[in-house]
Design a protein around this ligand. Sequence first.
Ligand code: ATP
Ligand code: MG
Length: 327
Amino acid sequence: MYKTFFQLARNPFDLTPDPSCFVSTRRHNEALAALYYGVRWHKGFVVVTGEVGTGKTLLLRCLLRLLRESKDISYSYLFNSRLSPSEFLQYILSDFGLPASGKNKSELLLDLGQFLVSRGAKRLTTVLIVDEAHHLSDDLLEEIRLLSNLETTDDKLLQIVLVGQPELDQKLDSLGLRQLKQRIALRAQLGPLDSNETKEYIAQRLQIAGADRGRAAIFPEDTVEAVYQHSRGLPRLINTICENGLIAAYARQSAVVTPEIIGDVAREFRLGVISPNGDGEIGSGTEIDIRNAANLLLDVFAALRKPGVGEADLRALAEVSRHEPHI
Ligand SMILES: Nc1ncnc2c1ncn2[C@@H]1O[C@H](COP(=O)(O)OP(=O)(O)OP(=O)(O)O)[C@@H](O)[C@H]1O
Ligand SMILES: [Mg+2]
């Protein structure tokens, strides 16, 4: 309803994790690069953790979009991790297009093993991606660890991506799961945005929605600062506050969202002002490679955003990554 008033083509702060709204921040780039690099170069286990609403599912959707560009990658994407081991195996087999109903656990494991071996022999990449992995039971985590044992002398047959809230880190730290922890090749964390990133985030999301950066800002500097204070830099909260700020400004027929409006919204949502903390960084020695991969991803995303970009351009970009050696 406010789109015409603010001359926007779409809702800038929609809560759906939509890759076309992706805003590059250092941590998001590094985490996405760790995911992509880990899968592409057959690193085995990759784990990304982050607080609620920091962009984990969005990152996975960006990853899936990138993986879909490559014909040699097949993935199973699991977002309901509260399954029994048999249900879990059935789910991934079906996702890979294999018949799964009516089979017992050992039959399912056998079929999956054969599938992975035959794909591995053709140097194809097979990926299991689990969102909300903090909900995985210890049994299921152990099952996943056993799947990670499927490897040839020089290659891992299944790439495994686990993404979840910080409780996942705690689980992986537990004594019972130390074997799994040792297998993690790449780890990245997402955290809240800092004040400059929040400013850039708001500006970019408005721009993606069609706002003209040259026009007087809908969100002036002091308003952005108020959003940052109340959201503590958490992207989902930034979206909620900004979206409600736009609605309130529209209701008052104000072309600008003022800090007072943001204060009102924060009170309605019972958000205090808390100084942000928490940092996130790549927990691996392969930072240089990851930064290179991040640059590659930025190019890919830039290409995806360009209107009229040809598939050939994307393939050429993906080709760059394919020429890199496996492992
Ligand atoms: N880098 C980013 N660029 C654009 N939007 C982002 C970014 N990071 C997060 N968001 C937005 O923040 C919101 C929350 O993101 P998402 O749902 O991915 O969080 P999450 O970490 O998966 O949360 P949860 O732990 O609750 O599952 C979404 O609207 C998403 O689009
Ligand atoms: Mg999520």
